[in-house]
Design a protein around this ligand. Structure first.
Ligand SMILES: *[C@@H]1O[C@H](CO)[C@@H](O)[C@H](O)[C@H]1NC(C)=O
Length: 196
């Protein structure tokens, strides 16, 4: 290979890599729509970080934003539910630990039901106007608030009992994430509701 072709191929190589870095920088930059919408939530950085990968489907659509936030909240809650149900099968837990896990599982299950219903109800908001819209959005707000209450009941249940430290902290970490994404979804929904 001549000197000329080797330097031109390393130039091509360099350009190629610059392009990749450039593209990944764009992909990782949260859209300004997501950033500004998230600025009114309780946990703005969690909001931006969790929703940025959906930027291309959210675009600038306020309905798609709340629908995604709620779906994310449901999915996070579902994965926590399956985590807690696996712990529940763990041998060697004390009776009170098992009881706390069972209670928590029931509360997370209630939360999943409410979030699932909320997602269906929120879809109706997209097609309705005026008092109809307000009726559907207020149902969503009520059910998401109840979901948050169920989630915090689980977390509080663990705080009060003498539990295995590792067990407690692994659940608390996940429940904290669930609480944050759900609370953010509620902030976004309230904002969406007040704008219509
Ligand atoms: C939540 O999970 C469902 C089913 O797996 C999936 O279709 C949906 O895209 C997920 N939502 C988000 C926001 O990732």
């Amino acid at each position: 290979m001549s000197m000329a072709s080797s330097s031109s191929s390393s130039l091509t190589f360099l350009l190629f890599f610059s392009l990749i870095i450039f593209i990944s920088a764009i992909a990782a930059t949260p859209s300004s729509f997501i950033k500004s919408s998230c600025s009114t939530t309780t946990y703005p950085s969690v909001c931006v970080e969790s929703l940025s990968s959906y930027a291309s489907s959210i675009q600038q659509d306020p309905h798609q934003l709340v629908q995604t936030a709620l779906s994310l909240s449901l999915n996070t809650t579902l994965s926590t539910k399956s985590f807690v149900s696996k712990l529940n099968k763990f041998k060697g837990l004390k009776a009170r630990e098992n009881q706390a896990l069972r209670d928590c599982l029931e509360e997370i299950g209630d939360s999943v039901d409410r979030l699932t219903r909320s997602i269906k109800e929120l879809k109706l908001c997209d097609k309705s106007k005026g008092p109809d819209f307000q009726w559907h959005i207020s149902n969503v707000e009520t059910w998401v608030s109840s979901a948050i209450t169920d989630e915090s009941t689980c977390t509080d249940g663990f705080a009060g009992r003498a539990l295995n430290g590792k067990l407690k902290s692994s659940i608390r970490t996940r429940m904290l994430r669930v609480a944050q994404v759900t609370s953010n979804a509620l902030s976004l929904i309230n904002h969406y509701g007040s704008k219509q």
